[in-house]
Write a protein that binds this ligand. Structure first.
Ligand code: FAD
Length: 380
């Protein structure tokens, strides 16, 4: 398979390359190296939104570009090729808007989706808690229902853009009601306290927050969908987002491979380029082969999504394989670059190495993906 299975994908790659040269490369290093406390890169986020990237696969009637999921996934892959943290900025905007777009009322969509798609407001997907990571249904955040709406109390952790968000899709238990629900919360409400988590290993331009909710109010009309269906909304959103994480992995793999090939051709050892050494060739062959497999799985899951088929198992397979393959590729790239890979002053490999690691953790760890796959293959 070449890089593209669809002729429209090349146009996406060209569009992202032009954006990257103008907006990403000038900002990339500074955003990665920013001193603590880090600040959410609002200006860059607005540019990503204004370019139409957050709403790439959202319907035009809600301010999106109406592209296919395959085009959107290509966009994320290509953004991550240039800077994985910027690809993540875009992917989180999409992830956090997804539940409103798919389970919200017309009024909620009109009120929030267009502005999210345009990058004018920053949404967050607010699920994880200290005791509810992989065990996501073990939510302690509680909403009490009254005549006028909901009052929420609880604590959330590891929330992408949670420190800067204008709205959060907050998953919680509604008192005296069964199971989980989801409520759209506007973060300018009193009692919403957010902070930026410090010393994140990679993906540093896209900040991650911890949130305390203390008597935070949301009106009745901000309940998302039906009471008790929040867990299903979260898992459906994650199926889609997992293909996005797979695309992040493919972009990182491709960059690690391209950098390695270029470096191996120019680095001289024992009087010849190291690309002549079989030890190096085999590493490159393994990287190229696994990248191809990761890309195939990722596009397959996306094309199933575009056809309206069930794709949860394929999304988990793509996420698992592409994120672990990205780990393999950044490790081999580091070995090929040796000292010039380990020291970030000389190449991007050190950054790729840091950015990759979280792909095996967020939106369901590799172990959770294996549970999902096994559940589908064996049956529950
Ligand atoms: C940078 C970053 C960004 C994130 N962004 C968001 C976000 O925007 N919104 C959000 O809601 N969350 C977000 N998360 C949270 C993320 O989804 C969780 O960290 C992840 O689901 C794992 O939860 P945990 O960290 O609590 O690990 P735990 O659930 O405590 O897992 C610890 C270990 O046990 C393993 N384990 C747990 N249960 C099982 C099991 N049943 N079988 C086998 N192994 C198991 C795990 O795989 C892992 O190895 C983010 C996390 C990070 C690090």
């Amino acid at each position: 398979m070449s890089k593209n299975v669809d002729e429209r994908q090349q146009a996406v790659r060209d569009e992202v390359k032009a954006f990257a040269e103008k907006e990403i490369y000038p900002a990339s290093r500074e955003l990665d190296q920013m001193a603590e406390p880090r600040k959410f890169p609002t200006e860059l986020y607005r540019k990503v939104g204004a370019a139409g990237f957050i709403g790439y696969a959202m319907p035009t009637e809600y301010g999106g570009k109406g592209k296919t999921h395959l085009e959107y996934i290509t966009l994320v892959e290509e953004l991550c090729y240039h800077d994985a943290a910027v690809g993540l900025l875009c992917a989180v905007g999409e992830l956090a808007t997804y539940p409103i777009l798919h389970f919200g009322t017309d009024e909620q969509k009109k009120k929030y989706v267009s502005d999210c798609a345009a990058g004018k407001i920053i949404p967050a997907f607010v699920l994880t808690e200290r005791e509810a990571g992989s065990d996501a249904s073990n939510q302690q955040t509680e909403a009490v229902e009254s005549e006028s709406g909901y009052v929420l109390n609880g604590e959330k952790i590891f929330i992408m853009h949670g420190d800067a968000a204008d709205i959060g899709v907050v998953f919680c238990k509604i008192k005296d009601k069964p199971k989980l629900s989801a409520i759209i919360v506007e973060t300018d409400q009193p009692g919403w306290q957010a902070r930026t988590l410090k010393n994140k290993m990679g993906m540093r331009a896209a900040t991650t927050g911890g949130i305390i909710l203390k008597d935070v109010k949301a009106p009745k009309e901000n309940l998302l969908g039906d009471i008790g269906k929040g867990f299903r909304y979260a898992m459906t959103t994650l199926d889609s987002a997992r293909v996005g994480v797979a695309a992040q992995g493919v972009g990182i793999c491709q960059r690690a491979l391209d950098e390695s090939v270029a470096y191996a051709k120019k680095r001289i050892a024992f009087g010849a380029p190291i690309a002549k050494l079989q030890a190096i060739q085999w590493m490159i062959a393994d990287m190229a082969t696994r990248l191809e497999a990761a890309r195939c799985l990722t596009y397959k899951a996306t094309m199933m999504q575009d056809r309206g088929e069930r794709f949860g198992k394929e999304a988990a397979m793509a996420k698992l394989y592409a994120s672990e393959t990205a780990g393999f590729c950044v490790d081999r790239a580091m070995q090929i670059h040796a000292g010039y890979g380990y020291i970030g002053e000389f190449s991007i490999i050190e950054k790729l190495y840091r950015d990759q690691r979280v792909l095996e953790i967020y939106e369901g760890t590799s172990e959770v993906q294996r549970l999902v796959i096994a559940g589908n293959v064996i049956g529950r």
